[in-house]
Design a protein around this ligand. Sequence first.
Ligand code: GDP
Length: 360
Amino acid sequence: AISLGIVGLPNVGKSTLFNALTKNDVLAANYPFATIEPNTGVVGLPDERLDKLAEIHGSQKIIPAPVTFVDIAGLVRGASKGQGRGNAFLANIRDAAAICQVVRAFSDPNVVHVDGKVSPADDIETINTELILADLQTLEKALPRLEKEAKIRKDRAAVVEAAKKAIDLLNTGVTLYAGGARAGIEIVELRELHLLTTKPFLYVFNVDEAELGNADFLDELRQLVAPAEAVFMDAKVESELIDLPAEEARELLESIGQPEPGLDQLIRVGFRTLGLQTYLTAGPKEARAWTVPVGATAPEAAGVIHTDFQRGFIKAEIVSYEDLVAAGSMAAAKAAGRVRLEGKDYVMQDGDVVEFRFNV
Ligand code: GDP
């Protein structure tokens, strides 16, 4: 599955966050055949639209889109030089499509910081440096082989050029995701090397509950990582929230001035960082969100439900979620001319409510 890898220095609250995330195991019932490794958590993408759809269609069940998080242990200062468990984190992190760094910004003196002081900027730099060093090692190890290949095969010249430019960029301390395009690097040429810093990043700042309402403080942190996205939460509060009955959880959130759990925000931002969106289906059985990459066509979207749907695709009957809700029912939306018949070139939009027509 397309996943988000959670990284961070020791003692920043990674496990606290990960445990809170995975306690939210509503998906175990919906995805019983998913093999879930101990370091993997599959959670539901919060989506209020599904509740509304279920109401309109009288659906018995709601199935949100799954989002996979993987806890990536072992990324510590010096990991690329063999510190801690050395490069053990590499195998896990290679499979992640985006990297979610947990950064400590809470002050608790009882929790030891590995470097003796709480400094989000330094921690971000430390992790960045390790990832950059790991990529430099990969590139420098591969380069002689790539150059040899390029002597025999003309089409390998582009890989060599991209690799050399990537080494130059990384040596300036900039990741390939942040600076690759500007430096004119053909990232696709480097795909075979499974580099780490080509992945999009997002940041979770683990802050004191009392700071969640401190806009200046949060802005300072946000600016450390912009244009990457930042999510703020108190991981300890999040882990408490998850154990509370809904009503008490709501009260606790209200008391700290938060509109929703930080975890919900994280799942949503993470999903977006992966370049994904959802379309929706609804009937008496279930209201369900399906995941497609941004830019997917209608037949590709059909294929997510079943490969037969894609192969036999004829048309998709589509109404936007907003139009459906405004009309109040599928029949009313049809009567109002809001339901479109789209063909195989249609590019799916987030929140399309869909029924596929296909040959079997
Ligand atoms: P990890 O090493 O990054 O996985 O960190 P843990 O999740 O194990 O947390 C390390 C310690 O920090 C534990 O004692 C947690 O209870 C504590 N901790 C985690 N998050 C917070 C937080 O938001 N506030 C405070 N005060 N302590 C936290």
